[in-house]
Design a protein. Structure first.
Lengths: 171, 36
């Protein structure tokens, strides 16, 4: 798990290097002239993703306490919040008004947010498995590793998004 | 010591600390940008 997370950080680090090269070393404007980033919509999307970390934490706490309803409700809510995040992201791509090939800045924008979106998609697949298994009666206060590991991954995806959002959209 | 890879509980606490640190950094950057 440690090596996996380290390799993930290095992958994101490569894209952040390109981002900081454009902004700091090259001194190019961000975003590219003539483009606009939807900071407010992405901010709401950030709140949606952060809240999904709270609901998966609730699900994990619930199964540890033997509360099956909390597990099922928490996992289902987390999955739906994740789907909402991804839907809004795709909708943003469809309406943002620029393409990856338009400028170096737009390439980096799509690369960083797209890389994160791919991680969200993988996380959603994991969450779907856990949600289905929780509705089928799996997991118990003694055996809940299957909830714990996707939870750790989901929190990692959340932290990466906060870093992506603040660097790409806010700063 | 906090190890976010040990358990979901610790990963969640790490997330909260990360949010707090990022909010402080962004606040400082925005304040400095407004002043300079």
């Amino acid at each position: 798990m440690l090596l996996f997370i380290i390799s993930e950080i290095m992958v994101f680090g490569a894209f952040f290097t390109a981002y900081f090269f454009i902004r700091v070393a090259q001194g190019d404007p961000w975003p590219a002239p003539g483009t606009h980033l939807p900071v407010e919509v992405a901010g709401v999307n950030t709140l949606i993703l952060v809240s999904s970390s709270f609901t998966i934490h609730w699900a994990e706490k619930s199964i540890k306490a033997g509360n099956r309803f909390g597990l099922k409700a928490g996992m289902l809510t987390t999955f739906l919040l994740g789907c909402t995040f991804l839907f809004i992201q795709i909708n943003e791509y469809a309406n943002i008004g620029f393409a990856p090939q338009d400028a170096a800045q737009t390439t980096i924008f799509y690369s960083l947010t797209g890389l994160h979106g791919a991680h969200v998609f993988i996380g959603l697949c994991l969450l779907l498995f856990v949600t289905i298994r929780s509705f089928r009666g799996h997991y118990s206060p003694e055996e809940h590793r299957g909830v714990e590991v996707p939870g750790i991954y989901w929190h990692f995806v959340d932290i990466m998004w906060i870093v992506v959002y603040t660097t790409v959209y806010v700063i | 010591m906090l190890n976010p890879l040990r358990s979901e509980d610790e990963a969640f606490r790490f997330l909260l600390y990360a949010i707090a640190v990022i909010v402080v950094i962004v606040g400082l950057v925005l304040i400095l940008r407004a002043l300079l």
